[in-house]
Design a protein around this ligand. Structure first.
Ligand SMILES: CC(C)(COP(=O)(O)OP(=O)(O)OC[C@H]1O[C@@H](n2cnc3c(N)ncnc32)[C@H](O)[C@@H]1OP(=O)(O)O)[C@@H](O)C(=O)NCCC(=O)NCCS
Length: 144
């Protein structure tokens, strides 16, 4: 599959980046547009995969401390799942973590995504929170 990886830069790209995040991670639970954004976006590293001009995958890295970074808001358009896009996004986030000298990556995986992260070398530590009263999350970690 032929797709490109880039950091969203223009307003239009950022808008389409957030739209996919919302559509995959919020809309199915009837959460309004805007609920997909938090207040530290401008301090984070963002990456998206595009097919022609369409945003088909997104992911974010935030910095928790001098050595710990956190992957959040991973989403792949459902019609593009299973093509390696999620893995390439995680790889890009890991590269950015390594470049900025963060050697521990943590994340809270939705239960159905635990197997995806395990394939990429993450280990599940423990149950973490329950989102929207229904989606169990598991804390996972990887040392780079
Ligand atoms: C989880 C998600 C990001 C994976 O993206 P993807 O592009 O489909 O993943 P990839 O194609 O890179 O898959 C990589 C490997 O993990 C496997 N995999 C993917 N999803 C999996 C899952 N839910 N459980 C177990 N294995 C999975 C793939 O089969 C593939 O294995 P292979 O290398 O042996 O072929 C995507 O399915 C998604 O957006 N899901 C809905 C939102 C979500 O749950 N986001 C994560 C929130 S924590």
């Amino acid at each position: 599959m032929d797709f490109q990886l880039k950091q969203p830069q223009s307003e239009d790209e950022l808008e389409r980046y957030y739209e996919l995040r919302w559509r995959i991670l919020r809309a199915p639970w009837h959460e309004p547009r805007g609920s997909e954004v938090d207040n530290i976006e401008d301090q984070c590293f963002h990456i998206m995969a595009t097919d022609a001009n369409k945003v088909i995958g997104v992911g974010r890295l935030q910095y928790n401390s001098t050595n710990e970074a956190q992957i959040r808001y991973m989403a792949v358009d459902d019609s593009y799942e299973g093509n390696g896009i999620g893995s390439i996004i995680v790889n890009a986030l890991e590269q950015e973590a390594a470049r900025t000298k963060h050697n521990l990556i943590v994340l809270d995986a939705r239960e159905p995504a635990v197997g995806f992260y395990e394939k990429l070398g993450y280990k599940a530590k423990q149950k973490s929170y329950l989102l929207f009263n229904s989606i169990q999350h598991y804390q996972m970690i990887k040392h780079l």
